[in-house]
Design a protein around this ligand. Structure first.
Ligand code: GCU
Length: 699
């Protein structure tokens, strides 16, 4: 059945006879000396892939055979060894080289790498070339990842519910682990390895300490054993209060010797079971999670305790900067910076936007060298469009890693088709100007600007046990795109979309072009029908699905949509200039100058930073109100257009996947109109201006 289970790893026989014959002629057989578990899975993948794509079992041949495909490392293959030496090619820990070579009058294709994992990545790359009808004639590719640790964050709970998961329940079946190894775990590892993901945090950031107990560690070990050949390390979330909850200590104070001893003992145990355990991801003092501040200690005290314990084992700490203390901004109270609240904790000003910077910037340079501070894409929370977090560039002596959300919490969840590569790119390509022009978020994340030792990037997974893994088939593209950008952030969204479509739906231009158009338009469409012009956080509170700009009593001021859009008779938007919350002062002068002026601020961000009068004329020549109407209507219209375009691929793809997407697009269109109508009718109660008559009436 065409249910999407095989993701982009579809190895169906190539239909086009030109390519089929060409590939068959160019690959007489394979030669891999599988001397390690990783080379063994590489060989299996190559056999499975080539046999499927070429429509006949692939032969094993000697290394001297004409048109042999040879894959290996210097230790597994003399041919590879002399090739790498002769060409002086360095592939590093994970890179690979794919070359056409003539050696002793034999034409050969070489997949060469210094490490076994590099070979596996090269194998997946090679199979992709065939899947997407690329030439394999004069190959000369070298590919090396720009970021070292490319990690999925699963927000999966031990009862298999998934926080912000929309694709079924968790794929980790804790009940049958460790003895039962679901085939899904292997396919999960294959899929991730195929796009270069090399780490997975198995558990939710809102952590349960239970996963750190022996029975669960056995299960974690079983998964780590499955993933190891695919180069995927396992990480866990560590609940800060675990020493109290499962260790029966009276405190979790990170400076307390007993607490340190407890964690040390635990880590020794973990590394005995899982020698390549990656380390911990920790959410502390955020949204009710325990943390060092509860003991009068800082984020640095907390992170460094773990860092010291993990360092001898080669583990790392990913400490999240997603903080906004519950006591801050209570009922909209305005706290001065530096002022203390009743609990004696330092307090940010009344703009949640500013808090991460206020808490973390003073700690720059205080973190141990195996600590990374994990900064969310967007100072608020994974909105359809956010300016980059001002923390990027603000902590030159700290390793920062970007966190993206692949699961579409605020983007229509698994019902709306939203291709997120353009969103990730917008953040990665953003120039912080922190160390001069070109100090992009990408270059801060990959560590190249400050020559940091460790670099990492995280994506909150959208994976569940739905048959197609991600709920919406196009959610697969976001998983794919995250992996590809983590490997190489210079790839364009278009290129990644094209790769994914060719592998997922085939190479027919009548499929490729329309689907690529749909994907490329989809994110801007969602921004327009949900939160155009820099509106943010106006989704239904709690579940974050659908519009609710009118909510003003969500329990906390900074959960209220009205807190973010600030609509009134005068206008719309959050003044974050010096006359408002002054969040803009957290950016480098170049950025601040551009955004603090309504005239030069990008129209996409304008309501993030300004309270704009309803009749103010924007750069488009339209008033704010008219532009708002224009964008809401155009967003919904684009979804209608996406539906129309989708019908054109009907004849060229299978019915099952066609109908799956068609039905979801129908819902998306209905809901885009719901968003448009709800928001415009609500904002109209403030603007008191008419919806331009050339638009259909909102109902
Ligand atoms: C969002 C999300 C929460 C999640 C939190 C986090 O606020 O709604 O479910 O726990 O982010 O990233 O920690």
């Amino acid at each position: 059945a065409e249910n999407g289970y095989d993701l982009w790893l579809r190895y169906k026989k190539i239909e086009d006879p030109t390519y089929l014959n060409l590939y068959r002629k160019s690959i007489a057989g394979i030669h891999i000396n599988a001397i390690s578990p990783t080379l063994l899975v590489a060989k299996k993948e190559l056999e499975m892939g080539l046999s499927g794509l070429l429509g006949a079992p692939i032969k094993e041949v000697g290394a001297q055979t004409d048109n042999a495909l040879i894959a290996g490392t210097p230790s597994s293959s003399p041919v590879i060894k002399s090739f790498l030496e002769k060409e002086k090619i360095k592939t590093g820990q994970e890179g690979f080289a794919i070359y056409s070579q003539t050696i002793n009058n034999k034409k050969l294709i070489l997949i060469a790498a210094e490490t076994d994992l590099g070979v596996l990545y090269g194998v997946f790359h090679f199979l992709k070339l065939l899947q997407s009808h690329q030439s394999i004639q004069s190959l000369s590719t070298i590919s090396i990842p720009k970021i070292q640790r490319r990690i999925l964050n699963h927000w999966d709970n031990l009862n298999r519910s998934v926080e912000r998961g929309y694709a079924g329940i968790s794929i980790w079946n804790w009940h049958t682990l460790p003895d039962y190894i679901d085939k899904r775990y292997i396919d999960y590892a294959r899929a991730n390895a195929s796009i270069g993901i090399n780490g997975t945090v198995l558990t939710n950031v809102n952590a349960s300490s239970l996963v750190l107990t022996d029975p669960y560690l056995e299960k974690v070990k079983a998964l780590a054993d499955v993933f190891r050949p695919y180069g995927i390390r396992v990480y866990l979330t560590a609940k800060f209060s675990a020493p109290v909850e499962i260790g029966r200590l009276k405190t979790a104070d990170p400076l307390n010797p007993e607490v340190i001893e407890w964690w040390k003992h635990l880590c020794d145990k973990i590394y005995k079971m899982i020698p390549d355990f990656g380390g911990f991801l920790i959410k502390a003092n955020s949204e009710g999670q325990p943390g060092p501040q509860g003991y009068g200690r800082t984020h640095a005290d907390g992170a460094n305790m773990f860092a010291d314990i993990l360092a001898p084992h080669g583990g790392i700490v990913m400490w999240r900067a997603f903080v906004y203390d519950a006591r801050v901004q209570r009922r909209g109270e305005h706290f001065e910076e530096g002022k203390k609240d009743v609990a004696g904790e330092s307090i940010a000003s009344a703009d949640r936007f500013k808090q991460a910077y206020l808490e973390f910037k003073p700690l720059d340079g205080k973190f141990k060298e195996n600590v990374l501070i994990q900064v969310k894409n967007g100072p608020i929370d994974f909105q359809p469009r956010e300016p980059f977090s001002p923390l990027f560039g603000a902590m030159p002596n700290t390793q920062l890693m970007a966190e993206f959300q692949i699961t579409q919490e605020y983007l229509g969840q698994a019902t709306h088709l939203v291709y997120q590569a353009p969103l990730y790119k917008e953040c990665l390509d953003a120039d912080t100007y922190a160390y001069g022009r070109g100090s992009t978020v990408a270059k801060i994340t990959d560590g190249s600007l400050k020559k940091h030792k460790i670099s990492a990037i995280a994506g909150v997974a959208n994976i569940g046990n739905d048959i197609n893994w991600t709920g919406h088939l196009f959610g697969q593209a976001n998983w794919y795109a995250f992996g590809r950008l983590a490997w190489d952030h210079t790839l364009s969204s278009e290129t990644i979309a094209e790769e994914w479509i060719r592998q997922t739906f085939g190479n027919n231009p009548k499929v490729l072009q329309p689907i690529q158009q749909i994907m490329m338009a989809s994110r801007e469409a969602a921004v327009n029908y949900m939160t155009p012009l820099g509106l943010h956080h106006i989704m239904g509170t709690g579940h974050h699905y659908g519009p609710a700009p009118w909510v003003e009593n969500a329990g906390r001021a900074d959960w209220n949509p009205v807190y973010y859009h600030k609509a009134d008779k005068k206008g719309l938007g959050f003044d974050r200039t010096a006359t408002g919350s002054d969040a803009l002062s957290q950016y480098a002068p170049e950025v601040r100058k551009q955004w603090e002026n309504m005239k030069t601020c990008n129209i996409e961000y304008i309501l993030w930073f300004h309270h704009v009068p309803w009749n103010y004329t924007l750069s488009t020549g339209r008033s704010l109100w008219d532009e708002l109407c224009f964008r809401y209507y155009s967003g919904a219209d684009t979804v209608k257009w996406m539906q129309d375009i989708w019908t054109t691929v009907k004849a060229y793809i299978d019915e099952e996947r066609y109908n799956h997407v068609r039905q979801l697009l129908n819902i998306q269109h209905k809901e885009a109109k719901w968003w448009r109508n709800a928001c415009l009718l609500y904002f109209q109660t403030f603007s008191e201006l008419p919806i331009p008559s050339h638009y259909e009436a909102p109902d």
